[in-house]
Ligand binder design. Structure first.
Ligand code: GH3
Ligand code: MG
Ligand code: MG
Length: 356
């Protein structure tokens, strides 16, 4: 009897976890594909309650001393979430730290009046239980993702906290990246012709990613892209046509990027892509897809003779878990990609070469 009860309880747990996992996963995938901070916040704040019946309210608290994120959200135009769903923690992070003390892990339990006031301001309903997940940046607590349910028994410690931790990790990464993208625009780190990031920005991000690599040991892929025989486009159709081709190629290269990826114009007709957390095989597939996508384009620079162009790519991949292996600098990484690109050119262009 006892055993049977245990078993059916276990089965229910498994079913619940599967449901949560699949709901979280859908939101994670969409966050990774989101283009801006308002989109990411909307996914969390509006879509979590839509996905889970018992979740009645979601908010996001974030360390935002200069109200930078608040401003980005304000200027977003039409919004699909209420203003008070985003809480800028402006002065003291201790409030946030207090929520997660002693260890920074998801917290499930009753909704105290203090939590309700701090994390769900403007909500009239009294919530029964909450799930709070810490958001980390470079290992430091910077915010929290907060779910509330009217049902006091809905969130209780031990249920799917690892799944929630995963969702929070993806959310934190996507938020950070969206903020970086927004800053880049603001600070003149974009290339005027193509609108993608410029080399200065790329070099900054590369340094950050190299540090992350040394610390977390996640995979990293970097590819250099060079337009084949671009000089001919200029010579035949003029400089303006060349400019148009460059803009168009930048667009194609940037079309399917994730929030964590970086695309930059590296030089004249050369682009560079940095794909964090991307394994060798996946990076090669992406590179091949980009090569094909550019080759398929018809560039309408001249009505009489449509222009087709191709690109050559040099790819270098650093595998995951490189902890303890030889360290490599950002400059070396680019050098390896450049050597691979050189080989792609020498082998006849319109191809991908992967650095050994
Ligand atoms: P390869 O296949 O070996 O890469 O040949 P390529 O002709 O592409 O390479 P090369 O380095 O000989 O020429 C690059 C050309 O790109 C020369 C330069 O005038 C042109 N270019 C660089 N920046 C710009 C730009 O902003 N606009 C235009 N229209 N052309 C540019
Ligand atoms: Mg070149
Ligand atoms: Mg070229």
């Amino acid at each position: 009897m006892e055993l049977r009860r245990d078993l059916s309880w276990l089965k229910k747990q498994i079913r619940d976890n599967e449901r949560i996992w699949s709901g979280f996963r859908q939101i994670e995938v969409r966050m990774i594909g989101a283009a801006s901070l308002p989109e990411i916040v909307a996914l969390l704040v509006s879509d979590l309650p839509k996905t889970f019946e018992q979740v009645d309210c979601v908010s996001l608290a974030y360390f935002d001393p200069e109200f930078e994120l608040a401003r980005l959200l304000e200027h977003a135009g039409e919004k699909s979430f209420p203003n008070h769903s985003f809480i800028s923690i402006s002065s003291n992070l201790d409030i946030l730290r207090g929520l997660f003390a002693p260890d920074v892990k998801p917290r499930l339990g009753p909704c105290t009046p203090a939590i309700q006031t701090l994390l769900f301001p403007g909500e009239r309903a009294q919530f029964g239980s909450v799930a709070l997940a810490p958001l980390l940046s470079h290992g430091r607590l910077v915010g929290s993702l907060n779910q509330a349910s009217r049902n006091p028994g809905h969130f209780n410690q031990g249920v799917a906290t690892d799944l929630l931790g995963h969702l929070a990790a993806v959310a934190a990464m996507c938020i950070e990246n969206a903020v970086i993208q927004a800053r880049l625009k603001r600070d003149g780190l974009t290339d005027a012709l193509t609108g993608v990031a410029n080399r200065r920005f790329f070099e900054r991000r590369l340094e950050e990613e190299m540090q992350r690599l040394a610390r977390d040991g996640q995979a990293l892929a970097c590819m250099l892209v060079d337009i084949d025989h671009f000089k001919r486009v200029n010579d035949r159709f003029g400089h303006q046509a060349g400019d148009y081709v460059l803009q168009h190629v930048a667009q194609v290269l940037g079309r399917d990027l994730r929030a964590s990826d970086v695309l930059a114009r590296y030089g004249g007709e050369e682009f560079i892509l940095l794909l964090p957390n991307t394994a060798h095989k996946q990076a090669a597939t992406i590179a091949e897809r980009l090569r094909e996508a550019v080759a398929e384009q018809v560039f309408a620079v001249d009505p009489k003779s449509p222009v087709h162009i191709t690109i050559s790519l040099g790819l270098v991949c650093l595998p995951a878990s490189r902890k303890g292996k030889e360290s490599i600098s950002g400059a070396e990484l680019i050098q390896r990609a450049d050597a691979a690109l050189y080989r792609a050119k020498a082998a006849g262009r319109d191809r991908l070469v992967i650095a050994p």
